[in-house]
Design a binder for this molecule. Structure first.
Ligand SMILES: [Zn+2]
Length: 356
């Protein structure tokens, strides 16, 4: 019988890492690090791994790759845009995951997950196999998402637990803050470009950092991963200026480093915290122990979410589409998991293991 074990990613906002054992194969689905305190999955006691499949390039899904040799250096598979965006390390040598119809002799189906450049969901083993959502969004203005296929078992991105605020309402809140210069720290391979294009269309002066510019340039080679509107949004980014961390504080500033821990957001947030001149708005997970957490605690930054994971309404639709007989809700804490259990009729397994 197939079995899925969460090495990490259940009951906590932890790094993604799942072991799928099916038809004599052992596949790791994602191998992340963090997002809090650079936490790594416990890889002790794993069977020999036949391959590692990555859903997208974010560090909480790929940052454990420095453990790759320890795993015996198994073959790596990742979506084409994820490989193209990888700057160094073994991910640059991964084989394409999207477009394949089998993996190690097992039926494979992938589709766009709408969350980030090249983010995919993947179904391994056909309709009686496992559907792994990776991180998924149904609201992205930029990134395409495909309907889910049916699957006997499912691991679903439940990072927002039972939160149900739509992106449109969140955008209204963030836009109301743009009467002053705004620094928006973002992952370069994520919501940053979407936010930049949205503010450009709304008539704001927008500047993006070099890391965001690089992603925009690479995405031009992967336009089929974008929504029709997203292709126009990508083109519109030619109207965004270049953000210099030492330059003036004005307009909308989109800077890499979602927690002001690296990239252009680190020096800019430090400057603003010390001498003002702009608002700092964090729109994603505020990592424990990060500069972003300290900025919020000191009243120097505020948090307003920009959805890149499913709301409860969307999560319910996703479960209805896939119609699993057994599932795990991933990437949320134990309190959110208990609420999901109370507020849905999903076939949620107890613990960290699915057998079907
Ligand atoms: Zn992600």
């Amino acid at each position: 019988m197939p079995e899925l074990r969460a090495i990490s990613g259940i009951g906590v906002k932890g790094p993604a890492c799942f072991l799928l054992t099916i038809q004599g194969r052992n596949l790791l689905l994602d191998l992340g690090r963090g997002p809090d305190a650079a936490r790594l999955p416990d890889l002790g006691g794993l069977p020999p791994i036949d391959a590692v499949l990555f859903s997208h390039g974010h560090v909480d899904h790929t940052g454990g790759l420095d453990q790759w040799q320890r795993l015996g250096a198994p073959p790596l598979y990742a979506p084409c845009p994820t490989i193209a965006l990888a700057e160094d390390g073994p991910l640059t040598q991964a084989a394409p995951l999207d477009g394949r119809t089998e993996i190690l002799g097992l039926p494979l189906l992938t589709g766009a997950a709408g969350h980030a450049p090249g983010a995919v969901w993947m179904r391994i083993g056909g309709a009686e196999g496992l559907l792994y959502s990776g991180d998924l969004s149904r609201e992205s203005l930029l990134y395409r998402n495909d309907p889910l296929p049916r699957a006997a078992a499912m691991v679903l991105d439940c990072a927002y637990g039972t939160a149900d605020e739509p992106l449109a309402a969140q955008i209204t809140i963030i836009e109301a803050l743009a009467d002053q210069p705004l620094l928006l720290p973002c992952p370069a391979g994520g919501r940053g470009l979407e936010i930049a294009a949205h503010f450009l269309a709304a008539g704001h002066a927008v500047r993006i950092c070099p890391a965001h510019r690089r992603v925009a340039q690479r995405l031009a080679d992967h336009r089929d991963w974008l929504t029709p509107k997203g292709r126009e949004m990508l083109d519109s980014l030619q109207g965004a200026g270049d953000l210099d961390p030492d330059g003036p504080l004005c307009g909308i500033m989109i800077a890499a480093g979602p927690n002001a821990e690296r990239g252009a957001s680190k020096p800019l947030a430090a400057r603003i915290a010390a001498s003002g001149g702009a608002r700092i708005v964090l729109t994603g997970h505020v990592a424990k122990g990060s500069p972003a957490e300290a900025l919020v605690a000191a009243g120097k930054a505020r948090f307003h979410r920009w959805n890149v994971h499913p709301t409860l309404t969307q999560a319910k639709a996703l479960v209805a589409e896939a119609a699993p007989r057994a599932m795990l809700a991933a990437f949320c804490g134990s309190a959110a998991l208990a609420e999901l259990r109370a507020r849905t009729d999903w076939p949620l397994a107890h613990g960290e293991r699915l057998v079907w």
